[in-house]
Design a protein around this ligand. Structure first.
Ligand code: TXA
Ligand code: MG
Length: 357
């Protein structure tokens, strides 16, 4: 299949391109589109066979449910069986935006879309191109991240093309995703609601609106034997081809340890990648060093993470060492993705002897 790639100017969104993409969706085809989190692989969420095509294009297990994207509050009641307490408060605060909520599904939503579950995940993205596309496509657009299953999620149209060119009808290029990690997933079918995947909308932000919110602890814990509640979180997602290790400790010790580990690995003939920050980039004399952004700007770190993991796949490094990042704000999402990419592999930096003061 020849994939049409259309670049859209955000300041003047061409309706003709949106209409063309909408027709593809209504005809059961696949269109990758930008959202503020990551690029999505759009299909008609109410069309069972379109869901089948989505799984095939991504190489994704069909027990892993899709998120249904809507563009208007009033469309929610068509696809969910009930709207639990707190839903509209959260929607008012965070929709449109990077929050996905899970509800009991209505009969309108096929099991193909929900991976056989009785529940459905719903999100209203803020990206203007996404919103126009959803409306043009009939109002209900399923959108998993537009990557091959197991690869880092795409934050640019070029990433989408790397994985899906020739496998889908169209890619809409709307530039880089502004957030860079996937939406927060909140299960509204339990009391109190539970976070199944951390994202830009944090536990604290939601607790300010509706009171207590829990976190699915299986997603935070390396040793958990329990399956996480979001089926997709059990897969080793976001996995770079190289072994990634997170080096923990005080920053000065981390730099020193990464230098030593890099030297060692290089002497064994390995290619070494380093995830460094704007502040630390000059600390490393050798290795393939990537600047993820300032460690003070948590949003920048989130925005560049997947891009860097993809670049390391292309440069074919054998091992990657990452500095540790804060858990504050969107940092919980960054750490969750980095942990998964690393398969929870940590190295504790050896402490330098410092003079006693
Ligand atoms: O930011 C995002 O959410 C992006 C953009 C494109 O909107 N989409 C995205 O979709 O990340 P995907 O398919 O890559 O991840 C969806 C996650 C999976 O882990 C899936 O298992 C979980 O949501 N999920 C979907 N429906 C669910 C349900 N009914 N119950 C529990 N988990 C669900
Ligand atoms: Mg995904």
């Amino acid at each position: 299949m020849k994939t049409i790639i259309e670049k859209i100017n955000r300041d003047n969104i061409e309706q003709s391109v949106i209409d063309q993409a909408g027709e593809i969706l209504k005809g059961g085809g696949l269109v990758a589109f930008p959202t503020e989190t990551v690029y999505g692989l759009g299909a008609d969420a109410l069309n069972e066979s379109a869901a089948g095509k989505t799984y095939a294009a991504k190489g994704r297990p069909s027990d892993n449910p899709l998120i249904v994207h809507i563009a208007r509050n009033e469309d929610l009641s068509h696809i969910v069986a009930e709207i639990p307490k707190g839903t509209w408060e959260l929607a008012d605060a965070f929709w449109p935006g990077p929050l996905t909520m899970i509800f009991q599904k209505s009969d309108q939503v096929p099991y193909g879309t929900t991976g056989g579950l009785e529940t459905v995940a719903v999100r209203m993205p803020s990206d203007e191109i996404a919103r126009k596309l959803i409306l043009a496509g009939g109002g209900y657009v399923s959108g998993p991240s537009a990557n091959t299953s197991g690869r880092p999620s795409p934050t640019t149209a070029a990433h989408v093309a790397q994985d899906l060119d020739g496998k889908i009808e169209m890619i809409i290029d709307g530039g880089s995703a502004s957030i860079g990690v996937e939406s927060t997933i909140l299960d509204m079918t339990v009391t109190p609601p539970m976070i199944l995947r951390p994202g830009a909308v944090t536990q604290e932000m939601m607790e300010e609106v509706i009171g207590r919110v829990d976190v699915d602890h299986t997603i935070l814990n390396a040793n958990s034997k329990q399956a996480p509640k979001a089926p997709g979180m059990k897969y080793r997602h976001y996995a770079p081809k190289a072994q990634l290790s997170i080096v923990d400790g005080e920053l000065a010790d981390v730099y020193e340890t990464i230098r030593t580990l890099t030297q060692q690995a290089m002497s064994e003939g390995k290619r070494v990648g380093i995830i460094a920050t704007k502040e630390s980039i000059s600390e490393y004399p050798e290795g393939i060093i990537k600047n993820i952004g300032s460690r003070e700007k948590h949003g920048d770190v989130a925005k560049h993470l997947y891009q860097i993991l993809r670049e390391f796949d292309e440069t074919q490094v054998d091992v990657i060492f990452s500095e540790p990042f804060t858990h504050a704000g969107i940092g919980s999402a960054v750490n969750n993705r980095l942990e998964k990419a690393a398969g929870h592999h940590h190295i504790l930096a050896s402490r330098k002897k410092r003079p006693l003061v």
